[in-house]
Design a binder for this molecule. Sequence first.
Ligand SMILES: *[C@@H]1O[C@H](CO)[C@@H](O)[C@H](O)[C@H]1NC(C)=O
Ligand SMILES: *[C@@H]1O[C@H](CO)[C@@H](O)[C@H](O)[C@H]1NC(C)=O
Ligand SMILES: *[C@@H]1O[C@H](CO)[C@@H](O)[C@H](O)[C@H]1NC(C)=O
Length: 242
Amino acid sequence: MRLNVLLLACLAAALSSAVVLSAPHMWSKLILTHHWPNTFCSMEKCHLNISYWAVHGLWPDKGIDCNSSWHFNSSQIEDLLPDMKKSWPDLLDPSSSSFWKYEWHKHGTCAAKAASLNSQYKYFSKALELYHKVDLNSILKKYDIVPSEKYYTYSQIEGVIENVYGIKPKIQCAHPSKNADAQILGQIEICFDADFALLDCEKRVTVGTFSKGGFGDQRDVAKGSGFIVCDHNIPIYYPSHP
Ligand SMILES: *[C@@H]1O[C@H](CO)[C@@H](O)[C@H](O)[C@H]1NC(C)=O
Ligand SMILES: *[C@@H]1O[C@H](CO)[C@@H](O)[C@H](O)[C@H]1NC(C)=O
Ligand SMILES: *[C@@H]1O[C@H](CO)[C@@H](O)[C@H](O)[C@H]1NC(C)=O
């Protein structure tokens, strides 16, 4: 009897330390989502006309709105603002900070569970750092993936990213309309592990299901015109204007 109690106590201790070690509330993957403004702006009313891949967000794979009392405060990222405006612009309202506020509340407060991202400055500066390090605009151009009236295949685009970074991205397109001959390139996600090393986006690093709505953003699905993973067998249109 005594022994059983002891065994149970040991088992409980072992289990709880296992839970602590795997930290189920903690994210294990970060998704750097780039969007192509010309595609986004063909669906939404934009007030900015740019033709380069811009940051949509930096999303941990777990958690949404993790701390509603941690308010966005742009004066904490003052010296990042010039780069934020260029690299992470609000296409709908370029002079406001509402996009960053939205992303901070929805995703940043969850990313902030890691000590490496536990301030607004750390979160936004890391997103910018990863965006510049990945430098998607340059590598696509370098391998002749440029906006064009001719179509690309899924594997052409994926192949460039795989060759350069050694990982698989997630490539998303706007829904092709019923009789369209192509889908429209919309977003490219590049993934990182908790140490900010590149990671295959298709690799499931956590057990169980992701939080509801974990990958999407309200802005994606506005007017029902969200992005979906591109179909591997349908040509891809990379538009040079909205
Ligand atoms: C957007 O910019 C491009 C190139 O700078 C230009 O050709 C195009 O007319 C502009 N479109 C709008 C809607 O202003
Ligand atoms: C939420 O954010 C506030 C403000 O930064 C902080 O004081 C509090 O500790 C945070 N709560 C959790 C659970 O992280
Ligand atoms: C925003 O951050 C600045 C700089 O840290 C601080 O002085 C200010 O009080 C903060 N504002 C609010 C509303 O928390």
